[in-house]
Design a protein around this ligand. Structure first.
Ligand code: AMP
Length: 185
């Protein structure tokens, strides 16, 4: 299997080649084509299986088609911990750094002052990687509008629930548009 059979745009294939990925992992081969088609996806994969790129590449493809465009939130990635928020956000930024468009990726998590995160969200953003509680706070402070989000990714959804984020998730789901794509890993 080659990345070129998955329906990814040339700029993304270029980025993948520059990063040095030779071929897609199993979860990437299985998840990228349906996510690109706009389908909802449920992906079961271990940590280290390449699932970040499995959902990030399709998010970036849509944003590349708009050449970045106005900073309107396209993808919301919810993760259970601040460590994972940083890891996933930085992995997406690494992909973006190999692309010709300016795509803004914001990383927000609780346990630190909210003000710098509010400042960083000014002027909008394309992709947010967030822990649920802090995301709620930011929406309540009008620092972020999630009502037009196209794609929701729940990364480590099992841990999100184990860690007691069910109420936060229910509130976030209520604020998201009913017509959206959901990818659950
Ligand atoms: P993840 O499961 O998304 O945390 O990815 C685990 C590691 O695999 C990261 O270091 C990625 O950079 C790397 N990786 C992701 N996709 C591929 C691929 N197709 N080939 C080789 N390494 C990859």
């Amino acid at each position: 299997m080659s990345f070129s059979t998955l329906g990814l745009a040339p700029s993304l294939l270029n980025a993948i080649a520059e990063i040095g990925y030779q071929e897609p992992t199993a979860i990437q081969s299985a998840a990228i084509p349906p996510i690109l088609r706009g389908a909802d996806v449920l992906g079961a994969a271990q940590t280290g299986s390449g699932k970040t790129a499995a959902f990030a590449l399709p998010l970036l493809q849509v944003l590349m088609e708009k050449r970045g465009g106005p900073r309107k939130l396209h993808g919301l990635v919810l993760v259970p911990t601040r460590e994972l928020a940083t890891q996933v956000g930085e992995a997406i930024r690494q992909l973006v750094s190999h692309l010709p468009s300016t795509i803004k990726v914001s990383i927000v998590f609780g346990g630190v002052s909210i003000n710098p995160q509010m400042m960083a969200l000014r002027g909008g953003t394309h992709i947010v990687v967030a822990t649920p509680g802090r995301l709620l706070d930011l929406v309540e402070h009008n620092a972020l509008d999630i009502s037009q989000t196209s794609t929701l990714v729940l990364d480590e959804a099992d841990r999100l629930l184990q860690l007691g984020f069910a109420d936060e998730l229910a509130q976030i789901l209520a604020w998201l548009p009913a017509r959206r794509q959901t990818a659950l890993f």
